[in-house]
Design a protein around this ligand. Sequence first.
Ligand code: CUK
Ligand code: CUA
Length: 628
Amino acid sequence: MQDKNNKPANQLENAGRREFMGKTALLGAGAVAAPMSAAMFASMAKAQAAEASNSPVVHPGELDEYYGFWSGGHSGEVRIMGLPSMRELMRIPVFNIDSATGWGITNESKAVKGESAHLMAGDAHHPHMSMQDGRYDGKYLFINDKANTRVARIRCDVMKTDKMITIPNAQAIHGLRVQKVPYTKYVICNGEFEVPLNNNGKETLEDVSTYRSLFNVIDAEKMEVAFQVMVDGNLDNTDADYDGKYFASTCYNSEMGMNLSEMITAERDHVVIFNLARCEAAVKAGKFKTYNGNKIPVLDGRKGSDLTRYIPVPKSPHGLNTSPSGKYFVANGKLSPTVSIISIEKLDDLFDDKIKPRDAIVGEPELGLGPLHTAFDNKGYAYTTLFLDSQIAKWNVEEAIQAYQGKKVNYLRQKLDVHYQPGHNHTSQGETRDADGKWLVSLCKFSKDRFLPVGPLRPENDQLIDISGDEMKLVHDGPTFAEPHDCIIVHRSKLKPKKLWTRDDPLFADTVAMAEKDGVRLMMDNKVIRDGNKVRVYMTSVAPNYGMSEFKVKLGDEVTVVVTNLDQVEDVTHGFCMTNHGVQMEIGPQATASVTFIADKPGVQWYYCNWFCHALHMEMRGRMLVEA
Ligand code: CUK
Ligand code: CUA
């Protein structure tokens, strides 16, 4: 809570509080006729002051004002944070395998992972929530897996991954956002790496002119690719407008270089603008091709197409962010010290060929070295991470536009040191119409000297910055494990997570159907069903007991254990671990979960509950008797 360049957080808070109390006292003296008791006055002033000072202090037992959803980078997961406390509240395993919850081990999670259930790794970058009319609707969170070209969906009522797809034709899904308006019909994401369209190894491998990157438009409800758009150059980050008309993506490799020096030769790369209505019409009219033996419509959005426009911007741009005013796309220059402001209002004219691509640029402020991502508040300010300078630049958007028109204005307000090398940053609700200008998080890639040394591998540093005043103030250093790329900050009023599972949850519907077929009533029965060398063991759990304290199988049987947690008590999660078999899982209150393994060890094999549930949790165990 303390920084070299800033006062400790509690001092900041106290300073704000004193100031506020001083003003309130003056106001009170003039405006309030009836005398107020000193105690009444003090407690009122204190409550107001805590709010007004945007205090980062969340006392024990108090709840945070915001949920943060953090990507876990190459950990493959999503993390739920509380803000402003920066406490990690939960992890949601997505593309990774998770020992605690059994994600990737249970039958239910393998069914969600589908064709990629065998993959152990992932690289999760961009978590973004579904929206209604440009505001979070609290329903889904979507996230990409750059490593394995996947997109997953998390259900925010239970905070579990419920869908996962591998995107055909493309390679390495990177930038991902959602359609904001009128609602999230589509999730949009970029195939970053260029590959031959029919990437089957039979056609040319070396002829780079046949390589393409694809822009992917996914039906958010069905979680199927609706269509893809091939482009010139590659694709990096993306965002949507607030009109439901346009998507924009950065391209850092317009050169189609295959090595570093080739990729960074051009002074300008570009932003591709996608026209949604025209793309949908082209799909309807059948103006597409298909590749790799699948049915996904692939539209041709290369230069000259009426589906896209290419706006040249300097140089190898990275982040692409829409201002919450809905007026601008901002492309972050990376190798250029500038960001490029694209006027969304001008895009109609651009698509009607009334203006040239560069005419859509209304500002190109110089901010510092290595601009990667930009976030926004509700007062017209933008906050851009400067990777190379290890700073965040606060700048005024309209003034940057005036400067571009030749007026002498200083659009730069402040540069704040962050520690160190920031990638993404994010403001509270800043990618929605509800941007509130209270908090900014800077996801710093390096922490160097900020924490106790923990060996050659260091944590990253997620820093919390108070942006409610004129000046940005650093209030918290938060070490995190590899590697949050991006995050969103959602007001708690937007989310209503369930406290217990409901029995009709689709996440375990297949298991319920299997039990029905076996004539097992999951909420009552404890039963072993033998089906050749397949054995299904159905048991209940109520703290501190499994419904079955022993069952018998034969060596080599394929055993499926199905546990239904009858506890209706909040927070009483049970586990199931079969000792020496590498399987364990979580069974939440009122949930059913199952796991399948081979009984490949003879003799007595104990199973036990590994989620601490009761004073007699240690006694919550039973025996699998394996006959040789
Ligand atoms: S990317 Cu990692 S810092 Cu994947 Cu959004 Cu920019
Ligand atoms: Cu059930 Cu521990």
